[in-house]
Write a protein that binds this ligand. Sequence first.
Ligand code: S3P
Length: 433
Amino acid sequence: MEGVRVEGGRCRLFGEVRVPGDKSISHRAVILSSIGDGESVVRGLLWSDDVVRTVRAFGSMGVEMEGLYKEELRIKGRGLLGLREPQDVIDAGNSGTTLRLLTGLLSGQPFFSVLTGDSSLRRRPMDRVVLPLREMGAGIWGREDGRKAPLAIRGGGLKAISYRLPVASAQVKSALLLAGLYAEGITEVVEPLPSRNHTEIMLRALGAEIEVDGLTVRVRGGRAISGSTFLIPGDLSSAAFLMVAALILPDSEIVIRDVGLNPTRTGVIDVLREMGGQIGVENMRDWGGELVGDVTVRTSRLHGVRIGREYVPRTIDEFPVLCVAAAFAEGITEVSGAEELRVKESDRIATMASELARLGVKVEEKRDGLVIEGGGRLRGASCYSHGDHRVAMALYVAALGAEGTTVIEGVECVDTSFPGFFSLMEGLCRRIS
Ligand code: S3P
């Protein structure tokens, strides 16, 4: 297991950077290009472990691609029904997005396929996609009656359904919309709160018959989609680590260029501003329906806030680093209505509570969130990522602001979403003498 050693209190952040491409948009660009008609070009794809799993899955189903690991990837779409039955199990690794979105897509394919993942992914709930997809007519088998991967799928012959999601989840919504492309009739998905809408934006751009009406999305099956050129924005979920580091470290000022600012994703900016964070957004542009801008962050005096259920879908991946911001903020921060965090790459309520406690933070773990008493000094300690990329990066940010030395074990998982994270942080770091 790889570890990293961090000397706290030694640096301030300064400079201009770009972060790697958005993970959610990258997966979708590969999936939709593969089933589109004609060639697509994807610029700025995130070449992280998770996205590589999606790329390999489509390679195993006969999709030809040129430019692997390069800035520009060309994908020869095979059309809605041109995929080939994969000869082996598709291994999604740590990637919930690969596994859940492909379960939806493969439910529409008239062949047999098997999906699995690493030990963390095999612990995560899959019934949320399996149950509605079975209702549409897919044959899906899995451990614990389809609650857990590996999943075996025999697709084809789907009928449209109307489905109300019990929890806001873009992965479930997207899986059903992908299956809906193959179903007879109009598939309707209703969400309790808005989750990220990248699938809807792309499907519309590719000519699918899709309609969004408040929290309801409808897609008509049996209509081909085209190829396109995709320009992938920087990932705000990755930028969030830099943002919190710049807020808590002294005399810092950074600019992060070309960051995706889709309003379904910007909860982290709202929460950090509410905590007193000085965050500027400039140069807003539209990249194929996705908002993009430059984000400026300066050292700020933060204070505790309440983060309730209504924030959760728009902030879901940023909670580990928001917990770190809370540890450095004056007063109490209370996170509630966030039980979804327990079924992420790790149980993020438990892992953040235990690791922040090791650094000397007063944290109380609740069933659906945490209470963090901020403002005290953090002391360097020995910490563990629990194999969760976002926990590893959040702990690194905390360690930069702590007193003394922190060792974080298990940091190889950072490549899941943010290859080059440590060198990018070192490049922004100006030593305090
Ligand atoms: C994602 C949706 C979210 C998020 C995940 C990526 C996506 O998961 O946590 O990192 O790309 O659709 P849920 O849909 O389970 O909330």
